[in-house]
Ligand binder design. Structure first.
Ligand SMILES: [Cu+2]
Length: 214
């Protein structure tokens, strides 16, 4: 019994951990409509002398934005943004759906953005504005929505600093997937068997119907 109690205590502690981590997170602004993480309007990256300028972008996210592509479900209105080195990006993020969406960018310098991330999340229809400052390096950054399956279903884009260092895979309308979806039939013995069985079953039904009519 003592062992079970100990186990339950351990499991409870383990379950509490993510909550504690979220509470400790510096730079997180949260309200009932969403959250902004690691917003940065004035801390200049080490490799930049100063902020080169402001780039204002409006990003719409939703189901409607996916209509221009085949086979995807969610998208941003734009799949790519080009920005100059050391610029401050002021993002107005608009969620057009009645579900959560995020604008999340990865691999920013860790000393300014914990875990290299800048994130905006909106729980339903609405908008938020926040900023981040990019370093000087020529690089392509991944932008996506981290709600489960949203990136896989098309909510994926890229932000290029100084022209970027290439395209990321499976950006709708820009690049091909690493593993493309495949809907081919694997014509092995069982597939042929199923086809033959269906064929003869169908023929038998027709033959029976014919007999009943007479
Ligand atoms: Cu989403």
């Amino acid at each position: 019994m003592r062992f079970v109690k100990y186990l339950i205590l351990l499991m409870t502690l383990a379950a509490m951990q993510p909550v504690a981590a979220a509470m400790n997170h510096n730079g997180m602004i949260m309200d009932e409509t969403g959250m902004i993480m690691n917003s940065n309007t004035d801390k200049v990256p080490r490799d930049c002398k100063k902020i080169a300028g402001d780039v204002n972008i409006t990003v719409r996210a939703g189901h409607k934005q996916a209509k221009k592509f085949n086979g995807i479900m969610y998208a941003f209105d734009q799949q790519q943004w080009d920005v100059p080195p050391c610029s401050r990006i002021n993002v107005t993020f608009i969620n057009e759906d009645k579900i959560r969406h995020q604008f999340m960018i990865h691999d920013l310098p860790g000393y300014l953005y914990p875990q290299g991330m800048f994130t905006m999340e909106i729980y339903g229809p609405g908008q938020k504005t926040a900023s981040f400052i990019v370093p000087s390096q020529r690089k392509t950054y991944l932008v996506h929505c981290e709600v489960p399956q949203h990136m896989e279903k098309g909510m994926k884009a890229q932000l290029k600093v100084d022209g970027g260092d290439g395209d990321l895979p499976s950006i709708p309308g820009i690049s091909a997937a690493v593993n493309a979806d495949s809907y081919r039939v694997d014509w092995d013995k069982s597939a042929w068997g199923a086809l033959l069985v269906s064929f003869f079953a169908g023929a038998a039904v027709l033959w029976l119907l014919n007999r009943i009519k007479r």
